[in-house]
Design a protein around this ligand. Sequence first.
Ligand SMILES: Nc1ncnc2c1ncn2[C@@H]1O[C@H](COP(=O)(O)OP(=O)(O)OP(=O)(O)O)[C@@H](O)[C@H]1O
Ligand SMILES: [Mg+2]
Length: 365
Amino acid sequence: MASVKLSNVWKMYGQTEAVRDLNLTCADGEFLCVLGPSGCGKSSTLRMLAGLEHISAGDIYFGDKRVNDLPPKDRDIAMVFENYALYPHKTVYENIANSLRLRRMDKALIDQKVKKAAAMLEIEPLLDRRPAELSGGQKQRTAIGRAIVREPQLFLFDEPIAHLDAKLRAHMRGELKIMQRDLGTTMIYVTHDQLEALSMADHVAVMHEGVLQQFGTPHEIYSQPVNEWVAGFIGEPPMNFVDCEMVEEGGSLCLTHPHFTQVLTEAQAAIVRAKDPAGQRQVRLGVRPDEIAVLAEALDEGIKARVLVTEPLGGDMLVDLALGDSKLLAKTKPDFAGQRGDECSLTFDRNRWHVFDRASGLAYF
Ligand SMILES: Nc1ncnc2c1ncn2[C@@H]1O[C@H](COP(=O)(O)OP(=O)(O)OP(=O)(O)O)[C@@H](O)[C@H]1O
Ligand SMILES: [Mg+2]
């Protein structure tokens, strides 16, 4: 097993800065997810770790060993990439068994390992087929099987379950997490799917435009986003943002908006004053849909908004609201009684909301 460290790593393709000055550490035995939208540099990062891509600048270490110039075959890694690269003339069984046969492992032991992996991946009935006779998701599971039987020091997975249907993906999230915990093998797992990252990882590295935005536990990434970009990227449905002014009023720090004034908690006010003692601040309030309580009547207290539409989702209801020119999305219980056009009253959860500096996008809290 190995820890992995990237130190000031850059990847340039001509003028394109695919990865910019990346510093990242994955502890031995840890499950690290690299999460970000298409084109943010996830695969480039993984390919440099695999040795498939030249490192433009910086260093990569496995444990204490600098691996910049180590060929892929000497890195003791197993990869699953989006293009599965299975041997077309070998069966699923032979594809999975291949690396073990090359190692001249005992046949009975190979058989046991292949069947165990196939059972976990639900591809036992397919073991005699060839890749051309498989769906994309089945090929993907075969590629995962081939990687896990190798028992390497490091797994590098790039969107390995992107081609599975939603139900199988949910199943595989659990299975991959159990597999990684059982084997104790360090895992670096690339995905654009926040649900995968939040549900499986010990730590998540959120990337955007080649730059690491935040590194933290799934809980930290979700509940303490460092900037507006991370806050908007993580969470489904996404966080609502409302432009406000932040002003001192009668000893309290308040958020003012044409349709409301909200008082920050003492602890929040202390954070803002310590960071930035200026009097008036242009900020953006961030509130997640489930941090807005909606009452289907216009009370004197509370923030008044209008219902634009309701979206029943079975166990929950999404309510689209108009707050002056701003739109908000709230998540309520399914028995919310408001109808299109109704006035209603909102309460924001002060203990969970976030405030960002509008110019820099950085979070105060
Ligand atoms: N071989 C290449 N030559 C030139 N530019 C490249 C090459 N590979 C990637 N890029 C560019 O580098 C940037 C990062 O690409 P990368 O493949 O790392 O993104 P990604 O995060 O894996 O995206 P996706 O989720 O779409 O797979 C993109 O702007 C991409 O266009
Ligand atoms: Mg990619």
